[in-house]
Design a protein around this ligand. Structure first.
Ligand SMILES: [Zn+2]
Length: 390
């Protein structure tokens, strides 16, 4: 069936090409007996024999070149990279190949190498071809994909900076650059070079002030020695995307647990509780209740519409879990833990662009390859999403 499709496509492409192209002298030979014999071999899955015939045809008839380019492209799409490479290399071995056709064959070959994971060879060809004006944009896009997959962030930055466009691979360049800086920041952080990591995350934020990831990184880095600055960055993340609210509040509370500094945390959580349109976050209620007073906690709860079923459900469970705690001295963290037993604090990470779901926070979606489209969703969020999509 797939072979039949290939054959049909090849025939259509060939016919269209022959029909529209000003006819060279050799055209009359193209659908000669040999050509049909080649197609027959293809139909019978005898590809090697078919290729021998096509290769021989190419030697005598330059007007079949475009057909072979199309055939090579089809093999690449099917994942048969070795065959695609063979076809395109075969074309390039012709000494009399016109320059434009040669570039086209090179471009196809570079795509074959790219698809086959032979990034060095692919990069080399794309780089050379990008010197030609008409190839610059598409080759740069391929090169960027290669740098992303090989995690060569310095080269990716250099390439994006060298381009005059605001968009590349359907993404805006400033947010893209910011992500590359964040990647480098991660590397420094993994090598315990916190100062360098901080500097480069700040660079990311300067390149794109909307970069959530840079704020998140800075919050993490500063949490080691300056909690005041850390919570400011955490707060920025919540302001930038409310989907991060509950997730970040969880992290702020963990921080308080580590540092035993509830004053600062209380202040930030109070501020978070006052953000307009923030969903109900049980952790905030617990904090207000045990670090401040019951009235403040209840004011926070009453702020939400109890007629809303999801809110009502969470609030009821939150209150129920509070009642279980009778020991007046129990500290907030035990309560939060008890809440977590009742109400799973497990998070899913969902891509807003393609719906990809995973258990860890990726800043580039492994499925659709877009940056910063993944947001944390608690079990409650998932309930709410399910309800709103009904
Ligand atoms: Zn996605």
């Amino acid at each position: 069936m797939i072979y039949a499709l290939i054959i049909i496509t090849v025939i259509i492409l060939s016919s269209a090409y022959l029909y529209y192209k000003p006819k060279p002298k050799t055209t009359k030979n193209i659908f000669n007996a040999e050509y049909y014999r080649g197609l027959n071999y293809l139909l019978n899955n005898e590809e090697d024999k078919a290729f021998k015939i096509f290769a021989a045809l190419m030697d005598v008839d330059s007007s079949t070149i475009e057909t072979h380019l199309a055939l090579g492209g089809l093999y690449r799409k099917r994942g048969e990279f070795d065959k695609a490479i063979l076809i395109h290399q075969n074309l390039l071995s012709r000494p009399t190949l016109e320059i434009e056709l040669k570039n086209q064959a090179l471009y196809e070959l570079a795509k074959d190498f790219h698809s086959a994971g032979l990034y060095d060879r692919s990069e080399k060809i794309f780089k050379n071809l990008s010197e030609i004006k008409s190839y610059k944009e598409s080759c740069s896009e391929h090169l960027l994909k290669i740098y992303e997959v090989t995690k060569d962030w310095e080269k990716a930055i250099e390439l994006v900076k060298s381009m005059d466009t605001i968009f590349i691979n359907n993404q805006q360049t400033s947010p893209l650059l910011a992500q590359y800086y964040c990647e480098i920041s991660d590397l420094y952080n993994n090598q315990n070079q916190t100062e360098k990591a901080i500097a480069i995350s700040k660079k990311a934020l300067k390149t794109n002030p909307e970069c959530i990831r840079a704020n998140y990184q800075l919050a993490k880095y500063y949490s080691r020695n300056d909690i005041r600055i850390s919570v400011q960055y955490y707060y920025s993340v919540i302001i930038q995307n409310k989907n991060f609210g509950q997730y970040i509040v969880g992290q702020i509370i963990s921080l308080a647990k580590e540092l035993k500094n509830s004053g600062m945390i209380l202040k930030i959580l109070t501020t978070v509780s006052e953000i307009k349109d923030m969903p109900f976050i049980p952790d905030i209620y617990f904090f207000l209740l045990y670090e401040k007073d019951k009235d403040t906690a209840m004011t926070y709860i009453n702020f939400f519409d109890r007629a809303d079923l999801v809110n009502n459900f969470i609030i009821t469970h939150t209150l129920a879990s509070t009642e279980e705690q009778t020991d007046a001295d129990s500290i907030i963290y035990d309560l939060v833990n008890s809440y977590k037993n009742i109400f799973s604090s497990r998070y899913f990470f969902i891509c807003n662009n393609c719906g990809y779901k995973s258990n860890e926070l990726n800043w580039i979606c492994p499925s659709c390859n877009t940056w910063e489209t993944i947001v944390p969703k608690s079990v409650v969020d998932m309930m709410e999403d399910g309800r709103s999509s009904e």
